[in-house]
Design a protein around this ligand. Structure first.
Ligand code: RB5
Length: 153
């Protein structure tokens, strides 16, 4: 059974998509901790990524986290620098499902200035409703990702 809380943070390039994401998560029964920013505020995406990932690691009981910036690129790069974070930047519904099934992502990133071919709600559903294929070659590969994090310090 998936936990029911999600942490989210964004920069000024992604306020609208953040609000869409929150509305959808709430409609699916999730509690959302929104670390901002709100409309009219400006922020540097690395600061927002660090806030969200720090909160995720400190609390230890979030289902997953979400970070959003103009493209999703910068904020996903920053998130993936934080210990323990596997942040996927899905292009579409298929990739969102794979992010869970194969990569066991614990964060998703989206771009507020990207014209996605699939609705963000559909990408969220695909991720939420998928299960990681544990005890498989994917387990081994995800362990190798985390070993890179540990061994490259
Ligand atoms: C901010 O203008 C923009 O650079 C940021 O939102 C994001 O697209 C970075 O990757």
């Amino acid at each position: 059974m998936m936990k029911n809380n999600v942490v989210i943070a964004n920069d000024h390039g992604a306020v609208e998509i953040k609000n869409t994401i929150i509305r959808h998560l709430v409609s699916r029964g999730f509690e959302v901790t929104d670390l901002g920013v709100a409309d009219g505020e400006s922020a540097d995406y690395p600061d927002q990524a660090l806030q969200a990932c720090t909160e995720f690691n400190a609390a230890g009981d979030y289902a997953f986290g979400i970070v959003c910036c103009g493209t999703g690129i910068g904020i996903s790069m920053a998130a993936n620098k934080v210990d323990g974070i596997r942040c996927a930047l899905p292009q579409n519904i298929f990739a969102a499902r794979m992010a869970k099934e194969h990569n066991n992502a614990n964060f998703l990133a989206f771009g507020g200035r990207i014209a996605y071919q699939d609705p963000v709600e559909g990408m969220l559903d695909a991720f939420i409703d998928a299960d990681f294929e544990a005890d498989s070659r994917h387990d081994r590969r995800v362990s190798k990702i985390m070993a890179i994090e540990k061994n490259s310090k």
